[in-house]
Design a protein around this ligand. Sequence first.
Ligand code: SF4
Length: 268
Amino acid sequence: MALALPETLSPSKVSSFKDCALAFRYSAIDRLPEEPTVAASRGSLVHLALEHLFEREPADRTPANAVTDLERAMEEFREEPDFTGLDLDADAEARFQIEAARLVENYFEMEDPTTIHPIGLELRLEADLGGLRLRGIIDRLELDHQGGLVVTDYKTGRVPGPNQQQARMEGVHFYALMCEELFGVRPASVQLLYLSGRITIATEPTEQATNALRRKVGALWQAVETACEREDFRPRPGALCNWCSFHAYCPAQGGDPSLVGTAVDLAS
Ligand code: SF4
């Protein structure tokens, strides 16, 4: 019996399928719960703090107000499963907040937020691409000085090496494709703000690059359809296994795939 196709495809799901098809299946099709990690949760907190900062009038986007915004974000985030699930003791929580504060401080060394003209924050988009439903959340969509669209994505992890930078840009190119489909306008630029290293990686999406991505996403969707028809999602052990929540079900880790059905029942 064929597996049900996922209803939508997001940039993170695209990269998950390419990194490990089995992890993609467990996450996107079986929808197994995933353990929160300190790094991912700290990133969510920083995103929320910067969202609050950009809700302010331009002149009020100051470092002092960013401290207040981070405190407000922490109070909101404190009740979220992505935080409670970490089960941090007092020392670990203090480190968590100090690291988040450092990332927000770094942001001010990268650009002047009073000059940014955002038109969407944590903007949820859905677009059809040849029958495939694309979904994504843009951290910040803004207008540049010439009125062009700029897609900005905050990154709180390690800065990629030169050889990995293009691959890491795929998510923002994906958002550029969605903007083009929805608004009929290709963004003038897309950028990743790596807060840990205070490094911005930016590029201008060309028609050629957008068309190539369109073909790539279509081919990837076909691969997902084939894998669902054949129920053939293979593990691909690699560095990502260190952060994967599915070891208990993964044959490459000595896990038992037959436990997935029980886990799905418990989660539903
Ligand atoms: S543990 Fe590794 S190989 Fe197994 S599903 Fe997760 S990422 Fe894939």
